[in-house]
Design a protein around this ligand. Structure first.
Ligand code: FAD
Length: 206
């Protein structure tokens, strides 16, 4: 990301006194998990913002760009791309606004946070590359912003844990809970609805 210069730091043979450790050190891993959850929520919001801008640029370009005597927005295959971009965008919007910005606590379920980040990140990349396709040659050029937005979108599939790490984390939480996160009674990071799940064997015979 151009607005965020990135470099590596190396720490060799560094000894830190116990009272200087950030967040209480390795024994307080909850602090690290909470930071990661906040980062992942923020990244999902960034993906949504990137996708929204890409969609707007592609829609406006399609309405204005003329080929074979008419705006390319009149061609059904361009309409199909725009419609699919909008579907992805509206689903990401629901995740970002309905659950998180509307006040649901961030750390109710690690699986939910990872699921939101995973979905929004992949949709951000999808929408950004569709925008490049609609702008075609111009989309690939640096002078049009969708080229940069697409690179930024891809970063969000990597930072804060790659797609694979989101999947592993989701699966680990689902399998540890043996219940969908929202239905698991008690336990850190889970909501309890009090709902009982039906037995897989059906009702007990009397
Ligand atoms: C622009 C930019 C900014 C960044 N900013 C920061 C920052 O501010 N702070 C920070 O800490 N990091 C930052 N990062 C680093 C980023 O978090 C890492 O790139 C990311 O976590 C992946 O680590 P890695 O690059 O070492 O890939 P690797 O760990 O080498 O992974 C390579 C590939 O293998 C896959 N993989 C690895 N292990 C498994 C597994 N067990 N199962 C399946 N697949 C696996 C990965 O998903 C990935 O696709 C930044 C990266 C970029 C590109």
């Amino acid at each position: 990301m151009r607005g965020s210069p990135t470099g590596e730091i190396f720490l060799d043979d560094v000894r830190i006194p116990q009272d200087q450790l950030l967040g209480g050190g390795v024994r307080e891993r909850g602090h690290v998990k909470a930071s990661l959850a906040s980062e992942r929520v923020g990244l999902a919001v960034m993906s949504y913002g990137i996708a929204e801008r890409c969609y707007e640029i592609a829609r406006d370009y399609a309405l204005q760009r003329r080929q074979f005597g008419r705006p390319i927005a009149e061609y059904q295959m361009i309409q199909s791309r725009l419609a699919r971009m909008y579907v992805a965008l509206s689903n990401s919007r629901r995740i970002v606004y309905a659950d998180w910005i509307a006040g649901r606590p961030l750390h109710e379920s690690v699986a939910d946070v990872c699921a939101g980040k995973l979905y929004c990140a992949e949709m951000g990349t999808f929408v950004a590359f569709e925008a490049i396709h609609i702008l075609a040659g111009n989309g690939y050029m640096e002078e049009y912003v969708v080229e940069r937005l697409a690179r930024d979108a891809k970063l969000i599939e990597l930072g804060g844990g790659t797609t694979e790490m989101q999947i592993l984390t989701i699966a680990r939480e689902l399998l540890a809970a043996r219940e969908p996160p929202g239905l698991t009674p008690g336990g850190e990071g889970h909501r309890s609805t009090g709902a009982k799940r039906p037995s897989a064997r059906g009702p007990k015979s009397k």
